[in-house]
Design a protein around this ligand. Sequence first.
Ligand code: DOR
Ligand code: ZN
Length: 447
Amino acid sequence: MKKENRVLILRDVLIPGGRIADITIINGRVSHTGSAGKEGFEIHCRGKMVLPAGVDMHVHMRDGAQKYKETWETGTKSAIAGGVTFVVDQPNSIPPLTTGETFKTRLHLAQSSSYCRFALNGAITPQSDLEGLWKAGSCVFGETFVGPSSYGEAVDSDTLSQAMSRISEWNGLMTIHAEQVSSGKDESLVDHNSIRSIAGEIATIRDVIHKNKSQCRLHFCHLSSAAAINTIPKDKVTIEVTPHHLFLSHEQFKADDTHGKVNPPLRTERERKELFSCWNKIDVIASDHAPHSIQDKDKPFEEAPSGIPGVETMIPLLMYCEREKKITIPEIIKKTSINPSRILGSLPPGYTPGSRADFALYPDEITQVDPDELHSNAKWSPFEGMNAIFPECVILDGNIVYQENAFTKSEKIRPVTQGGYNEFQSESDSSLWFAGRGYCLADTIGK
Ligand code: DOR
Ligand code: ZN
């Protein structure tokens, strides 16, 4: 039996650079950008911003033993409602993903309930079976805790060096949580900032780079300071920054407000501004979505877990920032979609033929972040009240998965593993990916 083509036409899309074109999507891929025919389901896009959907390469979806905090369903609905269609889950879950078996169990859980595309990372601990994780499909290794955090103990030097050497043999990628924790009380956001200092962040980065004799590909997660960014050599190493470090400082919170407690900590307002001034050096914006429950955050400061939910607000906050003319749409696309896709070895979504047809459609309307309207189970947000532009419609693989606040679950969600290879079913598909590896922003925006 001949398979019917699924055709979706996005009419009158304003492509960054000024061109207005129809985007024809067939079976989940962009097939033509220009004037479309009349056959297919249509969405009229005049007056809206149509962006390739986001790839958030740093989320903590919890579920399993911690499903009271978040489940794959609530976390990925939250991603989609924020214009993100691909999330990469961190392995400091309970249990941590240290073996092929634990990895596969979590893969099944995610596959049965995820609303968006996903990948899982493998954990780096002294007990980790790296080979087993790699074979089971670990996308990336890390975040590697070089400095402890909530649900993650710091790795020792030998474990780190051996892991870098092994992963480099596979040309794999290792992601690094770079912090040092000094002794001292931890009873306020000021204390938290001082025991997990910028100086410690920098010293850890230097140490990791020094130990990387095997030239393993490294990605530094959630850098919190301009000084840390300026420490990073640009070759073979990529830089990630979160929206909370870009938009929040600890001075915006009451001293003992655990909602601002996160690792690395929120810095001072001056340091936040300095970080923002490094915008052009940042490769990736990722949320470090860490949805702790209100009850957990209500504990005394020292006991409360660190972390901030943010997968749903990440791109909407950036979209408002663009409206204020502080950043541009191509920059948002590059840092939230193209660069993370490339780093993960996955075909990026985009406007040109052959691209993955994942898009988010943003209206003109500015709204304020309201935790009651967000879809994460966390039900709180440190960005509450801030201006944002949320998508009104989200497309995944050429299907509408979110519209008018309603979700449609795609039956075809499959995990993305190393190199993104299993996204492609046929030879011709994989050659498309290799062609896609050379993608640059100009290709993706069709300029
Ligand atoms: O604040 C944080 N929370 N930073 C991390 O690196 C981990 C995260 C979590 O897992 O809750
Ligand atoms: Zn981290």
